[in-house]
Design a protein around this ligand. Sequence first.
Ligand code: MN
Length: 729
Amino acid sequence: MRKLDDIASAILEYHPAAEVDVIFDAYFYSAKAHRNQSRKSGEAYFSHPVEVAWNLTRLRMDEKSVAAGLLHDTIEDTLATKEEIVERFGEEVCQLVDGVTKISKMQFSSKEESQAENYRKMILAMSKDIRVVLIKLADRAHNIQTLESLSEASRYRIARETLDIYAPIAHRLGIGWIKNELENGCLPHIAPEECRIIREKMERGREFRTIYVEKVCLIIEDELKEADIEGSIKGRTKQDYSIYKKMIEQNISFEEVYDLIGIRILTSSLKDCYAVLGLIHSLWKPIPGRFKDYIAMPKPNQYQSLHTTVIGPEGERVEVQIRTQAMHRICEEGIAAHWQYKEKTGPHYGDSSDSRLNWVRHLIENQKDIKNPKDFLNAFKVDLFSNEVYAFTPAGEVLALPRGSTPLDFAYAVHTDIGNHCELAKVNGKFVALRHKLRNGDQVEITTSKESSPSREWLSFVKTPKAKGQITHFINAHERERSFRLGREMLENAVRGYGMDPSLLINEQHMSEVLQGAGVMNLEGLYLGMGIGKISPLQIVQKLVPNEVLETRKGEEGSQVKLKEIASFKSTGSSIRVKCFNDDIHLRIGKCCNPVPGEPITGYITRARGVTVHHMDCPCVSDLGGESERLVVVEWEDEGQKDFEVRIHIVAEDKPGQLAEITQVVAGCNTNITRANIKQGANKRAYFDFLIEISDLAQLDETLSAISAIEGVIHVERIKANAGSAHRG
Ligand code: MN
């Protein structure tokens, strides 16, 4: 087992200014916390955090990360608490431990590739500090080494999860050695038989390959000397896992995997890479299509190298990689190659967003030639760049949604029916509003009900195009149905108004001329036309009802006359648009609720006065109940600034100068007070009732918050209905 000394001296080697006290402290704290625990293998549990800390020194991490590595299982598995960790090791270490704990708690259930990608993105997005991911990788690397003692089922599950999620993350971060350790370590657990064959056959050919590689290396060495190029040449064994992957992907046997022999040449300058390539190609014939220039075109994870495969001595295929020493370091260490420890100052990453920004920027600038820099950025879904949010379904699947998405977006993402019947939402076990904004890692549960259906208000807060589209679709279909019923009701009423029986007069077969005249195909079209106000029931009725009846009933008031009135009134010129009607409509703002631009509104067709516009929540509207057919869609127009009157109620301390101060603040918001009512109450309270003029909701909000900020103001409230103030009076 590795010891504290090993870890401390390892870190001091690459980071001489490291404050190792925190590592000492964490070591003893963790040893004590885990003292009675043992691993499945029978070994003391404490050996695990120590190995994780050791792996972190291999990643050249700072002292706080190494300490967090020692502590990473304490919150989850021992009696230690977050509070204790903060107190003893500080906020930063605690956040690292907490971040690792959060990831460890997640259950990754699905095997689908798209899901795996979401899991990976979620892990990167949740770990606002990239060090959390690295600690988790160090943790997993040790777990994979010690899988043996677990049951076959657990071994398979953990190995699968590691290959699907953690190895690709290591690859994305460019940390070659962790990726290889994870992949090769997992192979015997997911494909024991294939792994055995590969290892056996590799072993059998080892002697031949060793001698062969030595020979090739000597030839290259001579050539380099002659050309006066400095470089180190090494034989390279293909990884077990990449042989396995090749066999599976290309459906070939071990014997058909050719490039088992590999050579790597490290040069001291970029220019030399290409010179060496020329030498190799002049020595041996390159295989067409196998040359790759990842120097001119680095991989998204910053990997740079020249690759070529040649027919070497005795006709064996040899894969050759050529790169500089610096490039090689990045191949192996990835982002860890960018840590820079200077005297006294810490490394160039950490919790302040500034240094993180610089660090990421540095990475990006280093690969200007990259074809698609977005790929690279996407790999670093740190908080700064994250425009997605990841949430769990109850079944453990992860959905990726745009940032700002709500449980309703989530419901629609699961299924349109779940969205359309969404009633309640729970996030992490607690009920939340449907407009609640989701956060990374939230577990969302939706309750549906047959009675629930989309409302126009939903459109004001959903984020995803799918939810918006489906809600609009539902509402339009619903409105069509409503218009149809309203049109039919109006026509039937109009006919009854002449004392006739609608069932006798209204009949598609006998109405073909009337329908044609109205420009519709059938009765349904006629009803719809009337329902949305395009066709006047009066004109239709005049063609349906016999002339003699028309004569006798002339001048009598029927509902069709009222509808004509509606259609002939001029628009008030307010900034409201009625969706279904033509321009000629009389609009009135409801005195009961005084909606202001920006608020959700609905229109109500009154018997005599056209359309009254109410706030969506106005009690007048909800009291209508069965008459909901008379509701029409209205919306605010973007232009046309006009002032609106709003009633506000303020409770404040009754002290001299209070009114003057309030009116001054209101005026400061460019708001006019048109009426004021002041009352003195008990307990040294003063009550102010104001009518103020505002132009939009934003101005109202600004005014209200300015008032509430005044010293002595206890409560500010907008009064939506007259009923409320009457009640108070
Ligand atoms: Mn662990």
